[in-house]
Design a protein around this ligand. Structure first.
Ligand code: PLP
Length: 215
């Protein structure tokens, strides 16, 4: 298992031009996550609060010791914001001003400045969460006024396709938005299927699940 994870990471690193590799650990067991951390992964991400909480209680000390940061990439319900702020170094999936305000409030209550990204619904899919591109700039301005939030990036999940090339136009549009907003550091786009295209279009953070944990 560990040898496979090491080989997978090595291969991805070669393709990824210094982008940060986020290991997506949803549905992965504790031993699998430990193997990934011991193989040098520096960021792991979960998409459900309950599952994250169970794992965090076990992995907390290891993550600290290995300086691994813990990201949230799923839809965050308001009533889970408190737990999210307690656990995660970065919440990549802030998808409304309302949620931003709640996360800000929860962060203030524990004296934390919470790092967040905005999730963009770049394919304008009805069933997906995220801001529409034209909403982003106004929300960015409003978030700058919330003192317990530190907005550092954008994240997207393009429409699903077997063909990585189909993601390219969405990644291009994300890069345009990213470049128009000053002072953002991270553009989180690209998953197992399409990370190479994402990198070509300017991604500097890829989120990989199957590509790391499956052979
Ligand atoms: C599951 C998931 C990923 C990783 O997907 P893979 O295809 O396994 O690489 C990335 N981002 C988000 C938001 C996810 O939910």
């Amino acid at each position: 298992l560990k040898e496979m994870i090491i080989q997978n990471i090595k291969r991805i690193k070669k393709d990824c031009n210094k982008a940060i590799i986020v290991a997506v650990t949803k549905n992965r067991s504790i031993p699998e996550i430990i193997e990934a951390v011991e193989s040098g992964v520096k960021v792991i991400a979960e998409n459900r609060i309950q599952e994250a909480e169970n794992k965090y209680s076990i992995l907390k000390d290891l993550l600290k010791e290995k300086k691994v940061s813990f990201h949230f990439i799923g839809h965050l319900q308001s009533n889970k914001a408190k737990k999210a702020v307690e656990m995660f170094d970065v919440i990549q999936s802030v998808d409304s001003l309302k949620l931003a305000n709640i996360v800000n409030k929860r962060a203030r209550e524990i004296n934390k400045v919470q790092e967040i990204f905005l999730q963009i619904n770049i394919g304008r899919e009805k069933q997906k969460y995220g801001l529409y591109p034209e909403q982003v700039f106004k929300i960015v301005d409003e978030i700058r006024g919330l003192s317990n939030l530190n907005l550092t990036g954008l994240m997207c999940i393009p429409p699903y396709s077997e063909t990585p090339e189909y993601s390219r136009i969405y990644f291009k549009e994300m890069k345009n938005i990213f470049d128009k907003i000053n002072s953002l550091k991270y553009l989180s786009m690209g998953m197992t299927n399409d990370y190479k295209v994402a990198i070509e279009e300017g991604s500097n953070m890829i989120r990989i699940g199957r590509g790391i944990f499956e052979g």
